[in-house]
Design a binder for this molecule. Structure first.
Ligand SMILES: O=P(O)(O)OC[C@H]1O[C@](O)(COP(=O)(O)O)[C@@H](O)[C@@H]1O
Length: 336
């Protein structure tokens, strides 16, 4: 695949008014989501749930791509149509999560490093054959009394950069995700400092590993107050701090930035994205790659009655796509 092809995939991922739906929950994470609505975590339920999401009518109007899990990219609808075909027909690019999870970083209690580099070249070649156009790798940075350490940030950046280089070699656009967790009672200024240091380290590592920024997408966490902080920053403060942080650390050559929702409510995730885009124009399109903030409302409906609420759940995910698509243009309006 040529450099131009990588660039055009990256640009399509952040086309105006479009974003990504993250449905790449690992089996352990989807169990937590299913538990919340009392759905047994069986392979058939995972398949049926993701069929409901991916076949939602006109989902492609506001969704440019969907991130799948290894199990999901191999699955098909009940009628036997591969999910990747359903997606391509709907104009939705197939993406794949390729990390194998965040594991304890030896020697650094409470900190994590993401694994999955061993054998990644071979796995990427297989995913490319299965139709994946982009991939995702999530690093986790934890804010605590003495964390994050420089070692943790650097180890994660190095892994993200090596993953990104392997993706481009395989003709797959890397989505690099260094998530600074919202957990903790720290204030927004601490989140800003940690996020800025993390992003600067990441872009340094991408440069060292010869990663083509024009064919890379950043999946970022927003600069927010810790979940347990008494002083919760408002929507405009979050938007202003996030944009300032990104401008100080992310090269303008990057084709786009998408956000994770990280435990924000649906409305917060949409309002924050909208406020940032109202402050534009920015050097890059700012859009979404939400998991929970795209799915929670639909999952609740589907979990209550998979058959009777099938259509209502699909309408709900399409509505969330539309709202976030408007927020990606700075045109969302809060319903009073
Ligand atoms: O821990 P896992 O199973 O890899 O999942 C992490 C999840 O976090 C995300 O990166 C972001 O999801 P949220 O928007 O819900 O925070 C998803 O893409 C992914 O499903």
């Amino acid at each position: 695949m040529s450099i131009e092809e990588l660039e055009s995939i990256a640009q399509a991922m952040v086309a105006p008014g479009k974003g990504i739906i993250a449905i790449d929950e690992s089996t352990a994470t989807i169990k937590k989501r299913f538990d919340s609505v009392n759905v047994p975590n069986t392979e058939e339920n995972r398949r049926a749930y993701r069929e409901m999401l991916l076949t939602a009518p006109r989902l492609g109007e506001h969704i440019s791509g969907a991130i799948l899990y290894d199990e999901t990219i191999r699955q098909a609808t009940k009628a036997g149509v591969p999910f990747t075909k359903i997606m391509l027909d709907a104009g939705i690019l197939p993406g794949i999560k390729v990390d194998i999870g965040a594991k304890p970083l030896a020697g650094f209690p409470g900190e994590l490093v993401t694994e999955g580099l061993d054998g990644l070249r071979e796995r990427l070649a297989e995913y490319a054959k299965l139709g994946a156009k982009f991939a995702k790798w999530r690093a986790v940075i934890t804010i605590g009394e003495d964390t994050p350490s420089g070692t943790c940030i650097e180890a994660n950046s190095h892994a993200l950069a090596r993953y990104a280089a392997l993706c481009q070699e395989a003709g797959i656009v890397p989505m690099v995700e260094p998530e600074v967790l919202m957990d903790g009672d720290h204030d927004i200024d601490v989140c800003y400092e940690v996020t800025e240091a993390t992003l600067r380290s990441l872009f340094g590592a991408l440069y060292e590993q010869n990663v083509l920024l024009e064919g890379t997408i950043l999946k970022a966490s927003m600069v927010v107050s810790g979940k347990d902080c008494a002083d919760q920053a408002d929507v405009d403060s979050v938007a202003e701090a996030t944009v300032r942080c990104l401008k100080s650390a992310v090269p303008a050559t990057l084709p786009g930035i998408v956000f994770l929702s990280g435990g924000q409510t649906d409305e917060q995730a949409t309002a924050h994205l909208n406020a940032m885009n109202q402050m534009g124009p920015h050097p890059w399109p700012l859009s979404f790659s939400y998991g929970r903030a795209m799915q929670t409302a639909a999952l609740q409906l589907w979990g209550k009655d998979m058959q009777a609420n099938f259509k209502a759940a699909q309408d709900m995910v399409v509505l969330r796509a539309k709202q976030n698509g408007l927020a990606a243009l700075g045109q969302w309006k809060k319903v009073a």
